[in-house]
Design a protein around this ligand. Structure first.
Ligand code: AHR
Length: 502
């Protein structure tokens, strides 16, 4: 098959917000304990952080990191996690049936973020708690000095405020599994009350109201409309969450997962703009896609259950998906979908970062390594600069059970006016055929291929594991070349490719 693409740097979708390359650290399984934090590990620094993990997080290129949950946050008491460590309570974590020791809390995590060079995005608990506790946390975090909670922060060793800009108003409140789950009206009421109060403390903050936990939720659409009708004036973002997996060996549908993400985004944008017109508002609500990934939830539902009144383990192995090449291709395509919507998706968080459905894995006392999904994230984060471009793509199509007839090739391009550089991100969703892609690059001027990386493998289920941590990595795609303003590149079956042009 053959596909064709035309790139014109003048046809822009929007400026790419660096927050699109965000991450997410939840107190869940071995994410924090035995993941990023492992005192006694040969690479641990004086604070107990694994420096091998810090280096990998830096290489991954994550911007804002959402914390501390996830489902965890809906039962979290933030004040447990600050102050002298030996006095911090051990608590039941109902979301993951674990014990939270609070050894790592707000101050420690902020210090880790400084080491990895990322910004904090905090979620408040609107599950078991409400406006008052959210205000307390905001005062503790952002007020410089002179009040009870700001002084408490200073007593705890942090003189300067944390200056947290982005705040999530709870987590997945539409989900029956969520502690304090509410219907859209009840959530909308607590969310607006909390949002207004938080703005009275710090008008500079940006607020994310909970959208649906997935586009498959029975309340999807109606939830967004109702919640935004309550909160429109006081929030900046509505969240989207989506996880994809291969169901029952249906590879064709799985490879087209990004089609679902495209439609999800476009539906939420339409709903937000509908409420905008109802409100006769000048303000536009954008999307914070603050949980996205490939996640074999079906597998997790059958395997990972922890039960028992006397069984609340610390840092159990949970949600430790091991990703294949096919998973990484879908993952790369999800990033393409986010970039294609860069005008309205201005923040996103890969869920999650280490050990828990993560691009980085660790073994206690042992190595840290890159999963297959690490590569599309790190390369996209490094190369996608400036503006996302509207492309003219002619691609053959194929039929899927879940998403209908979809294009075989998906693509997005970016262009950075400052450096004059462009990047093209591509997937070939065919399970068995290579696609020859030609790209009209004449409008980019006299450019050459600076870099061409492809992730593909004869075994699309190959993975990186403790025993073979470097089994899969991207390879240089030597087929990429430009002749007379036309770029040609061969995209192997089930592949993800990134090209840098300049
Ligand atoms: O990322 C794992 C979990 O997925 C999060 O805790 C929750 O918000 C979502 O359901």
């Amino acid at each position: 098959p053959h596909a064709h693409l035309t790139i014109d740097p003048h046809f822009t979708v929007g400026t790419i917000d660096r927050r699109l390359f965000g991450g997410f650290v939840e107190h869940l399984g071995r994410h924090v304990y035995d993941g990023i934090y492992e005192p006694g590990h040969p690479t641990a620094d004086e604070e107990g952080w694994r420096t091998d993990v810090i280096e990998l997080v830096k290489e991954l290129g994550v911007d804002t990191i959402r914390y501390p949950g996830g489902n965890f946050v809906s039962g979290f008491r933030w004040e447990d996690s600050v102050g002298p460590r030996d006095q911090r309570p051990r608590r039941l974590d109902l979301a993951w049936h674990s014990t939270e020791t609070n050894e790592v809390g707000l101050h420690e995590f902020s210090s880790w973020l400084e080491k990895v060079g990322s910004e904090l995005m905090l979620a408040v608990n609107l599950g078991t708690r409400g406006t008052s506790e959210a205000l307390d946390l905001l005062e503790y975090a952002n007020i410089p000095a002179g009040t009870a909670l700001s002084e408490l922060r200073r007593e705890h060793g942090r003189d300067q405020p944390l200056g947290v800009k982005m705040w999530c108003l709870g987590n997945e409140m539409d989900g029956p599994w969520q502690l304090g789950h509410r219907d859209a009206d009840d959530y909308g009421k607590i969310a607006i009350q909390t949002a207004r109060a938080m703005r009275q403390v710090d008008p500079a903050i940006e607020l994310v109201v909970c959208g649906s936990s997935s586009a498959q939720m029975p309340t999807f659409g109606a939830w967004e409309r109702t919640v935004l009708e309550h909160t429109y004036d006081a929030v900046d973002f509505i969240s989207c969450h989506a996880y994809y997996e291969e169901y029952d060996g249906d590879l064709a549908s799985f490879l087209a997962s990004a089609v679902n993400m495209d439609r999800f985004i476009e539906t939420v944008v339409a709903t937000a703009d509908h409420v905008k017109s109802l409100k006769k508002s000048d303000k536009t609500i954008n999307i914070s896609f603050d949980e996205w990934n490939v996640w074999y939830i079906t597998r997790f539902e059958n395997v990972d259950k922890i039960e028992g009144l006397d069984n609340w383990p610390i840092a159990p192995r949970l949600l430790e998906d091991v990703y294949s090449v096919a998973d990484a291709v879908v993952f790369g395509n999800l990033m393409i979908s986010l970039l294609k919507h860069a005008d309205r998706v201005t923040s996103a968080s890969l869920a999650q970062l280490v050990n828990v459905i993560a691009p980085i894995m660790t073994e206690p006392g042992g190595p840290a390594w890159r999963q297959t999904t690490f590569f599309p994230f790190s390369i996209t984060s490094r190369l996608a600069r400036g503006k996302a471009l509207e492309l003219k793509l002619d691609s053959p199509t194929y039929a899927t059970d879940r998403h209908g007839v979809v294009p075989l090739v998906d693509a997005v391009a970016t262009h950075d006016e400052e450096t004059g550089r462009s990047a093209v991100f591509l997937v070939n969703r065919s399970a068995d055929e290579a696609v020859t892609l030609t790209v009209d690059v004449a409008r980019l001027g006299d450019v050459s291929v600076l870099e061409a990386n492809t992730l593909s493998d004869d075994d699309i289920y190959a993975r990186n594991t403790l025993d073979e941590p470097e089994r899969v990595s991207p390879h240089a795609n030597d087929t990429a070349h430009i002749e007379a303003g036309e770029l040609t590149v061969t995209l192997p079956p089930v592949s993800w490719t990134a090209l840098a042009l300049g």
